[in-house]
Design a protein around this ligand. Structure first.
Ligand code: UD1
Length: 430
């Protein structure tokens, strides 16, 4: 099994190019099958989740041509099956985006129930409610979500909770429904806006994405498009916190600073300096880190996907910090790993109370999910001695070349796949 071996203690210094947003790429790739014309996508991250989705799309007849590592053309004129249940697709959360896309275009779909990170119960009732409001029947049978509609008719839908996935899924199906759909209490995340922009570039009529009311006038068909995916807010935020905990000086390039506001605000609060240009952010951390409080919230609040990374930083900040998770109830599993590195953190329900310690010490750690995995890596970069992070397939779901990008910033990190390679790394780094 592959692991990351890390020798902590080197400040990260330099520039890192941020890739396309995984959470925008997934719905955009799925929505590409909503036209029979060719779609060309640029800035696609080459990560496991996008590759699994593309594999599932090829499995139902979508023709894929990889132009290079980050660009792809897709053509869905030869789709021959509306049932998606290959083994890999069950592993990723975004499999359910194929439901909205296929239901919109073909009025029926069957997709394996979604997996993804085990960070909470992750209900799908709002997706189902939205599809039903548009006139579709939805059933769950034999591990599949099955949906079918004679006609899809626009509707007024009030989401009971702010859900990225449900907003995206209903938006896709409603794009090709008859008449107008209004989604109230919709998610406002940058990737929701990116999908709406992509669908509009294919001829959809969607207004209000980025606010909490989205209005969609159904169109009868979509056409081909060329589209560039937005930069990944969470990848950028992860490198920004890596700079903070290693007392480094890192510039994240190819970012949209507006998307990073809640993250940079917290970095400023804990004592880092930030320089912002049009498409880059520089984080310099030369002073001791200070405590703060943070609560995860839907965008534009502090992202739940950055909660483990900020907790790692607060674990090394003077004073007592409180982190409250409001989106996913089971997102503190990595804390026991941090405690093994010397952190002083107590979790009570959805709150973590953190008393900053002076240093972490290297240990062998188990990545419980994608973002927690990346957070344990940055804890290892700050720690004294050697840290080994197990289960890195989670990290590879959402970070492209994570260890190579860190290494280019001066980190001592290697991917190893045997005890022998680990020993070799230990000898090399001394
Ligand atoms: C997406 C992101 C994930 C991120 C999350 C919140 C993708 C592939 N994943 O996940 O990285 O952490 O947004 O920003 O883009 N809920 C319901 N019923 C539903 C749907 C959701 O109760 O039908 C609840 C969930 O249990 C959770 C909250 O709503 O408590 C938010 O979930 P949601 O925004 O849907 O997250 P995902 O789309 O799964």
């Amino acid at each position: 099994m592959e692991q990351y071996a890390i020798r902590g203690g080197s400040p990260l210094v330099g520039e890192v190019e941020i890739g396309g947003a995984k959470n925008a790429a997934l719905p955009i790739l799925a929505a590409s099958l909503m036209t029979d014309e060719t779609v060309h996508i640029e800035n696609m991250p080459d990560v496991r989740d996008t590759n699994v989705l593309l594999e599932a799309m090829r499995g139902i007849g979508v023709l894929e041509k990889r132009i290079d590592r980050h660009s792809v053309t897709l053509n869905a004129s030869q789709v021959h099956s509306l049932v998606v249940e290959d083994d890999n697709i069950k592993m990723i959360r975004a499999s359910y985006y194929l439901l909205g896309a296929l239901l919109g275009k073909y009025r029926q779909a069957q997709v394996a129930l979604p997996g993804g990170c085990d960070i909470g119960s992750r209900a799908i009732d709002q997706h189902i409610k939205g599809f039903r409001a548009l006139g579709a029947e939805v059933r769950i049978e034999h591990g599949l979500i099955k949906t079918r509609a004679e006609r899809l008719v626009g509707s007024h839908i009030y989401m009971d909770c702010v859900s990225v996935g449900a907003t995206i899924n209903v938006m896709m199906a409603a794009t090709l429904a008859e008449g107008q759909t209004i989604i109230e209490n919709s998610a406002k995340e940058p990737h929701v806006v990116d999908l709406a922009n992509f669908l509009n570039s294919m001829g959809a009529n969607i207004k209000g994405a980025g606010t909490d009311v989205i209005r969609i006038k159904g169109v009868s068909k979509l056409h081909g498009s060329e589209y560039t995916i937005i930069p990944d807010q969470i990848e950028a935020g992860t490198f920004m916190f890596a700079a903070a905990v290693t007392k480094g000086d890192v510039t994240v390039k190819n970012v949209i600073p507006k998307h990073l506001e809640s993250i940079s605000a917290k970095l400023l609060e804990i004592g880092c300096e930030i320089e912002e240009t049009d498409d880059a952010m520089r984080v310099v951390c030369s002073k001791p880190l200070r405590h703060t409080h943070v609560k995860t919230l839907p965008y534009p609040g502090f992202p739940t996907d950055m909660q483990p990374q900020i907790t790692v930083a607060l674990g090394l900040s003077s004073g007592t910090s409180i982190v409250t998770e409001t989106i996913f109830e089971n997102r503190f599993k990595y804390v026991e790993e941090l405690i093994r590195m010397g952190a002083d953190i107590k979790v009570e329900g959805t709150t973590a109370i953190i008393d900053g310690v002076e240093k972490y010490t290297g240990a062998t750690l188990y990545a419980p999910d994608l973002r927690a995995g990346s957070a344990l890596v940055i804890a290892g970069l700050a720690a004294e001695g050697i840290t080994v992070v197990d289960n890195i397939h989670y990290i590879e779901r959402g970070y492209e070349d994570f260890h190579l990008k860190l290494r280019a910033l001066g980190a001592q990190i290697e991917k190893v796949s045997s005890e022998r390679e680990l020993q070799k790394f230990k000898l090399k780094v001394g």
